[in-house]
Design a binder for this molecule. Structure first.
Ligand code: T4K
Length: 371
């Protein structure tokens, strides 16, 4: 029944199929499927202008972009990072033989807490990898100050921040590199996809070599690279998605405003504040459940919603530091991460996507109100 169809945490936005066909016809016609083809080049140009970033290099997905970003800057030893993220953030360190050092988050937005970074720096530390979680900017000024004092690189996992502007410019312009994800579940998707944003032509060149096995010409390999290139179908879809991005973001904003208004009075449910000087993308809508005040635990609410075909997600529970491959690290101990532990225990991300209907939003609000 229409009324009882499952509502998932997200649903990818897609252009009309008929819009995509001419792009496919062009690919079939010119037979360039990958390796810096025409759509790939066009999307890099258009994204650079759209986002307001000087250089962008496209990838097959965000995880490969993260892995490559660490190679680009030759990061080694230890990297300070957050446990409150998707596992790919820390896995990218592990795959580069780098030791993750978890630092707690700040309670306001759930981003890496700069006040706790310095105590975690050792002679082996080479970089900081924060995440702009849910698309809300990290305390970038303070993080940069610390990086400058200690001579560290900053690579932002900016997987959630497509289209986010801070102080009038793209959030991806901060730090040494920023890594975006264009996965199906993201505000801008190319089914799978990702990108690295950098500041200068030399770095862009190095990124482009590294994502194509290290080739710098037909017979010259300048470094042990990988194959992490975006293909022409992904790039073509990206060109189309870009045309729909603003309209989709407006729809997300309306849903976000409705949630905020309708949930404001519920005792025991809290929401994130508006970030200052920021144009947001409304990528996620996390709520936090205080069991005592709300009269029901987060997990009880999560299950209740599920029984009613509403599939929110507990992003980001468990903490990355609680997964077995990282648990034994000194920095993974819960007493080192009290704020992250609390947030991970209280969070549910509510369904949020442009085509979420008013009826569905009302239904979700109703279940949260009548517990
Ligand atoms: N860094 C951060 C901070 C990230 O959040 C991510 C990815 C990455 C790095 C890595 O970037 P990528 O390598 O992925 O580009 C999802 C996504 O798979 C993942 O991309 C994303 N973060 C993470 C936050 O969420 P799951 O395991 O929750 O996905 P899944 O398949 O359960 O999807 C959630 C819901 O979305 C489904 O219940 C239904 C709906 N859905 C999903 C897909 C894939 C659809 O309707 N259609 C679809 O095609 O991880």
């Amino acid at each position: 029944m229409e009324n009882n169809k499952p509502i998932y945490v997200t649903q990818p936005s897609l252009p009309g199929l008929s819009e995509f066909i001419p792009y496919l016809e062009q690919i079939w016609e010119n037979k360039i499927l990958t390796n810096n083809g025409p759509f790939h080049q066009q999307l890099e140009k258009e994204l650079s202008a759209f986002l307001g970033v000087p250089y962008i290099s496209l990838f097959a997905n965000g995880t490969l972009a993260l892995l490559t970003a660490l190679q680009v800057l030759r990061i080694t030893g230890e990297v300070i990072t957050t446990p409150y993220s998707f596992v790919a953030t820390t896995h990218s360190l592990w795959w580069n033989n780098i030791k993750p050092v978890f630092v707690d988050i700040e309670p306001e937005f759930g981003n890496l807490d700069p006040a706790k970074i310095e105590a975690a720096i050792t002679p082996k530390t080479t970089a900081i990898m924060p995440v702009h979680v849910y698309g809300n900017p990290c305390k970038i000024e303070r993080i940069q100050e610390i990086a400058d004092i200690y001579g560290l690189k900053v690579i932002y996992d900016a997987a959630h921040t497509f289209g986010v502007n801070y102080n009038g410019q793209s959030i991806c312009n901060y730090g040494d590199l920023s890594v975006l994800s264009f996965h199906a579940t993201k505000v801008f998707n190319t089914m799978e996809g990702g990108a690295i944003v950098c500041h200068d032509a030399a770095t862009k060149k190095r990124i482009d070599y590294l994502k194509n096995f290290g080739f710098a010409g037909e017979t010259k390999v300048m470094a042990p690279g990988i194959n992490s290139k975006m293909n022409e179908m992904q790039a073509a879809l990206g060109l189309l998605q870009l045309k729909h991005y603003r309209g989709n973001t407006e729809k997300r904003k309306i849903i976000s405003d409705t949630y905020k208004k309708e949930l404001a009075g519920i005792k025991g449910i809290s929401m994130l504040p508006e970030p200052q000087n920021t144009e947001t993308n409304h990528a996620y809508f996390p709520i936090f459940v205080d069991e005592k005040e709300y009269g029901m635990s987060r997990d009880q609410l999560y299950e209740k919603l599920k029984q009613n075909n509403i599939f929110g997600r507990r992003y980001f529970y468990p903490l990355i530091s609680d997964f077995s491959m990282y648990k034994s690290l000194d920095s993974a101990t819960p007493s080192n991460l009290p704020v992250a532990t609390k947030m991970a225990e209280e969070v549910i991300c509510l369904p949020m996507y442009p085509n979420l209907s008013d009826n569905d939003v009302s239904k979700i609000v109703k279940f949260l109100t009548n517990n």
